[in-house]
Design a protein around this ligand. Structure first.
Ligand SMILES: C=C(O[C@@H]1C=C(C(=O)O)C=C[C@H]1O)C(=O)O
Length: 424
């Protein structure tokens, strides 16, 4: 085992000050063009900018290292927090690699965080800045939208990716595994620089039921909540099983078909089971509805299960923080498969790409241990080298009976979430 690689700017915890804002600002409107950090749903959540500190970490102990780092960074000289709700006081935004042992996970402590929750709004600053002085008086104008977008295949062209799906169905038929999630990437280049704020605005408008996120150039609107912790209360929204949207009566027919599909319900049950099995040892209560409901988005419809639990008060598991819980539940069968080790090996053998932080946990954590992590889906990684380019990701659960052409169409429907933001 190699040791986790850790880079962090300096060793002294910054000072944090939080004040309540008299008016509730539009969070996304506050973001600057560079370094946008976001976790926003229906106008509530957190945005941040500037970097007071940053941790990049990988290796088998990556999330434990990150938890220790954050405990030190958030526990420094007492935070001056006059608001006292989840997300006020010290906050770190995080985007964790799909495979935290192999990929790089990024943790950013912003210089400024603005939050909104239940109608209360606040601003938190790190260092000497006075929280009353840091909000922009007006928004820097958005860059013009692209007039031309060029798409190119990522790691696998569509026909080769369908071949990978067939191979996975073969492995499932041989009894090697029950489910594997296979993803593909799509490269896009615009004729102008991409403005993250324009993309976030469009995603938030079109996907009000999703969490619009941005951390270190990974931007998206995810419908899937891996884990939220508020005190001892834990909650998650598990998704698996997808149908396209249709027009008029066809849409109703597709919805009814998804809810009654034995294949989709079995695929969904594997994802719920994987979360419940991993979370159960940490909980005194864990409640799972009898069957899935439908989550309807602009581009697709999913089978969804909302799970809620209460974390134990005592013992080692009672002391587990949110990053330890995230480490325990990730990857669920919603993004990896069943059993997870075999599925991970099939992904490594068939996908032909590095997922990076796609399908990894993304969200935020505060100094009390409250926070929210979604799965980084319906997203794109903006290129560091070329400000006009991005890499989009989409994947699908493959089970017995999966049809490669239908799975390819499903990835296209999922890409469409980010494409609409680029194109509008
Ligand atoms: C892997 C993705 O989505 C996951 C796979 C789903 C499915 O196969 O039905 C549904 C929701 C997500 O859990 C993705 O959007 O890239």
């Amino acid at each position: 085992m190699t040791a986790a690689a850790v880079t962090s700017r300096d060793a002294v915890a910054p000072l944090y000050s939080t004040v309540e804002l008299p008016d509730s600002p539009d969070l996304l409107d506050l973001l600057p063009r560079e370094g946008a950090l976001s976790w926003v749903r229906r106008g509530e959540g957190l945005v941040g900018w500037g970097e007071a500190d940053r941790l990049e970490v990988s290796g088998p102990g990556a999330l434990a290292e990150a938890a220790a780092w954050w405990a030190e960074r958030s526990a420094g000289p007492a935070a001056d927090d006059g608001v006292g709700v989840p997300g006020s006081g010290p906050v770190v935004f995080a985007s964790i690699a799909f495979d935290p042992a192999a990929g790089t996970s990024v943790f950013v402590v912003p210089e400024v965080v603005v939050g909104r929750r239940g109608g209360v709004a606040w601003v938190t600053t790190t260092g000497d800045a006075d929280p009353r002085d840091v909000l922009p008086s007006s928004r820097e104008p958005l860059l013009p939208p692209p007039s031309r977008l060029r798409y190119a295949d990522g790691a696998l062209d569509p026909a080769t990716w369908c071949g990978a799906v067939s191979a996975a169905v073969g492995r499932i038929g041989d009894g090697d595994l029950a489910k594997v999630v296979l993803a593909r990437d799509l490269l896009v280049t615009a004729d102008v620089r991409l403005d993250p704020r324009r993309l976030l605005d469009r995603l938030a408008e079109r996907f009000p039921d999703c969490w619009t996120f941005a951390v270190d150039g990974l931007l998206g609107a995810t419908p899937e909540l891996l884990l939220r912790r508020t005190g001892r209360q834990l909650s998650a929204r598990v998704l698996a099983g997808t149908a396209p949207r249709g027009a008029g009566a066809e849409d109703e027919r597709l919805a009814a078909g998804l809810l009654s599909s034995a294949k989709d319900r079995a695929e969904h049950a594997l994802a719920v089971d994987s979360l419940v099995r991993a979370l159960d040892p940490y909980c005194t209560t864990l409640s799972v509805p009898d069957g899935p409901s439908l989550l309807t988005l602009a581009n697709v419809r999913h089978l969804a299960t909302d799970v809620v639990g209460t974390q134990r008060r005592s013992g080692v598991r009672g002391r587990a923080g949110l990053l330890e819980l995230v480490d325990a539940v990730h990857p669920t069968a919603a993004v990896c498969g069943t059993p997870p080790d075999r599925a991970a090996a099939v992904i490594a053998g068939l996908e032909g790409m590095d997922r990076g932080r796609y399908a990894g946990p993304v969200g935020w954590l505060d100094g009390r241990g409250d926070g929210e992590f979604g799965l980084a889906l319906r997203c794109a990684q903006l290129s560091d080298e070329d400000p006009c380019s991005a890499r989009l990701f989409a994947g699908c659960g493959i089970v017995a009976g999966s049809d490669p052409a239908a799975e390819l169409a499903e990835t296209q429907s999922k890409f469409a979430a980010f494409q609409a933001a680029l194109e509008s």
